[in-house]
Design a protein around this ligand. Structure first.
Ligand code: AMP
Ligand code: ZN
Length: 457
């Protein structure tokens, strides 16, 4: 089996993957909080981890990928106070918190399909694992890593000596900066809630009985509970966005030490962020676009997938319509090329492809390799096509299928407006509309009696 190299945040080094069970990789990816529509930033993360799953499978591993569904409300602030995201979302959408979770979980699954992301092995919901979370908190309590305040059970981070190591936190500096800390019952500013009590005189939509009182689990405990339940303890790879390094994963590691005296995962991998105008795209600030938005504007969700894979996952990328348009053109070219008779595998390219995917997901180099192969005159088109289709098991662009020329409604509408403008001899408007149509990836060809729309390749 090919040596698989990955960058482990825990050691800040590239390491060779050594799986716990031969040929099997257990992978836990922090999943979406289902209180609003997943945006393209969230889906960036799942495209990246899908490419990891596909690469491992391509190289012969069996992969058990778990993506959890966070349907219990986290509090808006990392400091365990502020409003509950699910309760807030429930008021905004005017439906119950439970229906809200169902609605956005479905949207997430629809997104996975649109982006050709393989369905995970398991997608456990936090609300269906409350008992496991309580058991874990009991264990942490028994081992002396927790304490109670008037509003919940907290993890005492001072009891875990290596607390700041994973994220290289400067604990002294955090302490100095924490004088304005809201919750002054906390022993240390980095302590975090394992269980929160429901406020007195207030019935929450989501709350459960526990040995400590009615309430709901803290932000981090679900991931430690569900990852170890489904993947064993320890398991192989834990992934998430780089925003999770300093708080969520640091706290998961603390919980692992508190409960079991060890880290729960052997490798921790993090994706960088996709930004827009230099700013992080985030759900709490309203997000930017959703995949549905892109579709509505006439873009193929797989062009977004192409765009994401063109940049390395630890580098992140800057979103722009120009890049998405370029990805659309490139993907369409690949599609055109991939339909037809096939020949046999080209070993030279296969070897290089395997080396690249196994080198910490060197996807930008993989893309360059593909274009080099397509232009390579030393091989027959049929052999190149065969090899490309095989690589698509990792790329997930759905190549080899003749795509029906489906013209989005919005483009049809613009074309109609242009036809009318032309009929009225409004040339400026007709030219403007033609340019807008072209910008969206389509060409309008005038015909003796009307016009024809074509995808721009
Ligand atoms: P959330 O639903 O907010 O819990 O986020 C789900 C996942 O999306 C997390 O792993 C985040 O780190 C990731 N994520 C959120 N925003 C972005 C972004 N702009 N770029 C890349 N990943 C992101
Ligand atoms: Zn998590």
């Amino acid at each position: 089996m090919e040596k698989f190299i990955l960058y482990n945040t825990a050691t800040r080094q590239k390491e060779e993957l050594k799986t716990i069970k031969k040929g099997l990789v257990g992978m836990y990816c922090c999943g979406p909080t289902v209180y609003s529509s997943p945006h393209i930033g969230n889906m960036y993360a799942y495209i990246v981890w899908d490419s990891l799953v596909r690469s491992l499978e391509y190289l012969g591993y069996e992969v058990h990928q778990v993506i959890n569904i966070t349907d219990v409300g986290h509090l808006v602030n990392d400091s365990d106070d502020g409003e509950d995201k699910m309760e807030k979302g429930s008021r905004k959408d005017n439906i119950s918190a439970w229906d809200l979770a169902k609605k956005y979980e479905k949207e997430f699954v629809d997104n996975l399909e649109l982006l050709n992301i393989k369905k995970p092995w398991k997608m456990p919901r936090a609300t269906e694992h409350i008992a496991e979370q309580i058991e874990l908190i009991k264990l942490i309590e028994k081992n002396g890593f927790s304490y109670q305040t008037s509003d919940g059970i907290y993890f005492d981070t001072a009891k875990f000596v290596g607390y700041g190591d994973f994220a290289k936190l400067d604990i002294e500096k955090i302490k100095e900066g924490a004088r304005v800390e809201v919750n002054n019952e906390k022993k240390n500013p980095t302590d975090f809630a394992l269980w929160k009590f429901s406020p007195k005189n207030e019935k929450r939509q989501m709350e459960w009985e526990s040995p400590w009182g009615i309430g709901f689990p803290g932000w981090h405990i679900e991931c430690t509970a569900m990852s170890t339940k489904y993947l064993g303890n320890p398991f192989d790879i834990h992934t998430g966005g780089e925003d999770h390094i300093s708080i969520h994963h640091t706290n998961e590691i603390a919980q692992g030490h508190g409960a079991f005296g060890k880290q729960t995962a052997n490798y921790w991998m993090h994706n960088a962020f996709i930004t827009f105008n230099g700013e992080k795209i985030s759900k709490s600030s309203g997000g930017l676009y959703t995949v549905f938005d892109l579709k509505e504007m006439g873009y193929d969700p797989l062009a977004y997938r192409y765009m994401v894979l063109s940049s390395h996952y630890r580098k992140g990328m800057s979103f722009s319509m120009e890049t998405l348009k370029a990805a659309t053109v490139a993907l369409n070219k690949l599609r055109e090329f991939s339909v037809g008779d096939t020949g046999k595998m080209i070993p030279e390219y296969l070897n290089e492809f395997q080396r690249l995917v196994a080198n910490d997901l060197a996807m930008p180099e993989v893309m360059a390799l593909i274009w080099k192969m397509i232009a390579d005159k030393n091989y027959s088109t049929n052999d190149i096509r065969f090899t490309l289709l095989d690589f698509d098991r990792v790329l997930g662009f759905g190549l080899g299928v003749k795509i029906k020329e489906e013209i989005p409604k919005e483009i049809e509408k613009l074309a109609k407006l242009r036809f009318e403008a032309k009929a009225q001899k409004n040339w400026a408007e007709s030219d403007r509309l033609r340019d807008e149509i072209k910008e969206k990836g389509y060409i309008i060809e005038d015909q003796p009696e009307g016009y024809k729309l074509k995808k721009y390749l």
